[in-house]
Design a protein around this ligand. Structure first.
Ligand code: IMP
Length: 428
């Protein structure tokens, strides 16, 4: 029986992870974020109420789970406090359940200004970031210049470190990007105030996780974004700045591969992407528009329309390998209901090896296999036996092509709308 389960997106994000995390969080003693920041948007629908979480682990809606933010997550203190207050207003208790690592890098206003200035400078080549300062803050972490949450709670330390960082950021903003500088005074004041508010929630996330594991507790690691947005394994440079693949769990929470029992890969029954960058199976036609409409494909964080296409079994297979996926959860199958045919990309023409970067991806021509569509309504189904035969055949073909079994289906936004073939915690 698995005690530690990781949930990862296997595409370009927005696979529907939030709902599955929420579902499994009810079985977990701790739910842990380990990478990314408030660029993520996990939409949960509970009792007809929609909640979008950006930074707080999706387990916050359960009574049982401790919610932990590991050192690999970059934190905008203001965004975190706004999110906490929003949940509290909705009657959800947060502060007693949430713990943060003091080693999380802090997103400052100047990181946001740099992110946006850089995107403007890129013009047509813009990455389409969420504009939340994610890239610049990870840069500062790697260059060893960054401020961490633990620094914020120590007024003398933060003043000293902030001075150096803001000097550098303002130089870049004014001299290189011809943008306005940030007000260093205000940033320092905000940092001290926000640090004091976050202080009671600081904890040793790694220690808590190892204690919990030693007691036989159940842990759920909640990935944000998707594997193809990984800084190393994704469609570089059209990626985010963290490791969204399995390695991020280890570095971003302080656990070892031996502490992971099960890896659940979430994939839509088709493909979507927000922002720019390669998307070999993109559909710029009636079917693409139909998928976008039926799937309500708009970004949870920025509201931007998502680009849609057929499922890409080549990319998915690679992500199954990179992540050591134990089982897949296929979401939004119902969006494909009623089509005469459904296509699966089974090979890339024009490249011999898996594409390394945007230039290689641009040369990719998808090769499709066509399978029969299905006319029945799969929305809300909870029993695999009720799936139309052609839908089952589609899923079986996918399993063969990508090399991982389908263990779950999500058949609607509601918490109950799932087919459970093998439960990540309770399966054999
Ligand atoms: P950044 O993470 O804001 O730097 O954005 C880099 C790329 O990742 C852009 O293409 C974003 O649209 C994409 N991205 C970041 N977070 C998410 C997410 O939660 N879902 C989908 N795409 C995302």
């Amino acid at each position: 029986m698995a005690r530690s389960v990781v949930i990862l997106g296997t595409q370009w994000g927005d696979e529907g992870k939030g709902k599955i995390v929420d579902l499994l969080a009810h079985e977990a003693d701790a739910v842990v974020r380990f990478q990314g920041g408030h660029n993520a948007g996990h939409t949960l629908l509970v009792d007809d109420r929609k909640t979008v979480l950006h930074l707080i682990p999706s387990g916050i809606l359960t009574d049982r789970a401790r919610c932990l933010i590991g050192n690999g997550v970059v934190i905008s203190p203001q965004a975190l406090i706004t999110e906490i207050e929003g949940l509290e207003k909705a009657g959800i208790e947060v502060r007693g359940k949430l713990g943060l690592s003091g080693a999380c890098p802090v997103i400052l206003g100047s990181h946001v200004a740099l992110d946006q200035a850089r995107e403007r400078r890129r013009g047509k080549k813009a990455i389409g970031t969420t504009g939340r300062g994610i890239g610049p803050v990870y840069e500062d972490k790697a260059s060893r210049l960054g401020i961490r949450i633990a620094d914020l709670v120590d007024p003398a330390r933060v003043e000293d470190k902030l001075g150096a960082v803001l000097d550098y950021h303002n130089f870049l903003l004014t001299e290189y990007y011809a943008s306005d500088p940030v007000d260093a005074h205000r940033v320092a004041e905000d940092a001290a105030r926000l640090g004091a508010e976050l202080k009671p929630m600081l904890c040793d996330v790694t220690e808590e996780l190892h204690r919990l594991r030693a007691r036989g507790g159940a842990i759920l690691f909640e990935g944000a974004q998707g594997s193809l947005l990984d800084i190393d394994h994704g469609t570089y440079p059209f990626v985010t700045s963290s490791n969204t693949t399995i390695g991020g769990v280890m570095t971003g929470a302080g656990v070892s591969p031996a502490d992971i029992d099960y890896v659940l890969g979430i994939t839509k029954a088709y493909t979507t992407r927000v922002g720019s960058g390669p998307l070999p199976t993109e559909l710029d036609d009636e079917i693409g528009r139909r998928i976008a409409e039926r799937g309500v494909e708009f970004g949870a964080t920025t509201g931007r329309p998502r680009r849609c296409g057929w499922i890409d079994a080549v990319a998915l297979r690679r992500m199954v390998q990179v992540n050591g996926i134990t089982g897949l959860c296929v979401t939004k199958l119902d969006v494909l209901d009623g089509l005469d045919e459904v296509r699966i990309c089974t090979a890339y023409e024009g490249v011999d090896t898996f594409p390394l970067g945007a230039e290689d991806w641009a040369r990719v021509e998808p090769v499709y296999e066509s399978v029969s569509g299905w006319q029945g309504d799969t929305r809300g189904i909870t029993d695999a036996a009720r799936l139309p035969g052609a839908a089952r055949a589609y899923l079986e073909r996918l399993e063969t092509l990508v090399g991982a079994p389908v263990h779950m289906l999500s058949t609607g936004p509601e918490r109950e709308a799932n087919v459970m073939i093998r439960h990540p915690y309770h399966g054999d």
